[in-house]
Design a protein around this ligand. Structure first.
Ligand code: AMP
Length: 224
């Protein structure tokens, strides 16, 4: 099972990602967790990205794409499944993640969208702030992260919808209810995923993403 999640901060990516990972026995790849771990250990990378996290801004794409590649190679060695949490976050990352997946023959089976409104997300994140003391869980930074999600992350959904792999769930309910619905949907899809080889799935035309995606590299033929 290969799943990527598209969800605003506070929608439950971490919780649901962990649930999916345990249920299917696959690695949970969270770019936010990996970055926070670097910051906590004060590695060179951690020192370089800390200000981005503190401001609620995206770190440079290449940083997270390098992390993604390493984690995907490890996931392949571990059986080929994964659940991505926090990446892709914009059109460029979506395209790059797809190309890494093509190269490793492990593109996503499902793009799982967790839907929730901003008022509920703000409420949850402020509640979490009281418990976890994350540097980016202040009201101003939360508002910035939610705006960034609406502006640059949420538009990538149309691409996954066109590919026929988008699954949207209502994440306004309890974590337990949402988790049950996600696992039921993924289990229902599992036999189909095993039967239909990757080459036989819907073709993907990267140019369909429009201007926001940037110019398509002519050296890469996504249909090939
Ligand atoms: P998260 O735990 O997914 O909410 O991510 C926390 C923070 O880590 C974000 O606000 C960004 O600063 C950074 N981050 C995580 N994933 C990415 C990504 N794919 N691209 C850029 N920045 C990211």
């Amino acid at each position: 099972m290969r799943v990527l999640m598209i969800a605003p901060p506070g929608a439950g990516k971490g919780t649901q990602g962990a649930l999916i990972a345990v249920h299917f026995g696959i690695p949970h790849i969270s770019t936010g967790e990996l970055l926070r771990d670097h910051v906590a250990r004060r590695t060179g990378l951690g020192l370089a990205v800390q200000a981005y996290l503190d401001r609620g801004e995206l770190v440079p794409d290449q940083v997270v794409l390098d992390m993604l590649r390493g984690a995907m190679v490890a996931a392949k060695a571990a059986g080929g499944g994964f659940v991505l949490d926090g990446i892709p976050r914009n059109m460029h990352q979506a395209r790059a993640a797809y190309l890494i997946g093509r190269e490793l023959q492990m593109t996503a089976d499902v793009a799982l969208h967790l839907q929730a409104d901003d008022a509920e997300l703000m409420r949850r994140l402020l509640a979490r702030a009281a418990l976890e003391h994350r540097s980016d869980d202040t009201p101003e930074i939360i508002a910035q992260r939610l705006a960034l999600y609406r502006e640059v992350t949420s538009p990538i959904m149309s691409w996954y919808r066109d590919r026929g792999i988008l699954v949207s769930v209502d994440a306004m309910r309890s974590a337990q209810q949402v988790g049950r619905e996600i696992l039921a949907a993924l289990e229902a899809m599992r036999p189909f995923l095993d039967l239909v080889p990757e080459q036989a799935r819907l073709p993907v035309d990267l140019t369909g993403l429009g201007d926001a995606f940037g110019a398509t590299d002519p050296a890469v033929d996504p249909s090939g």
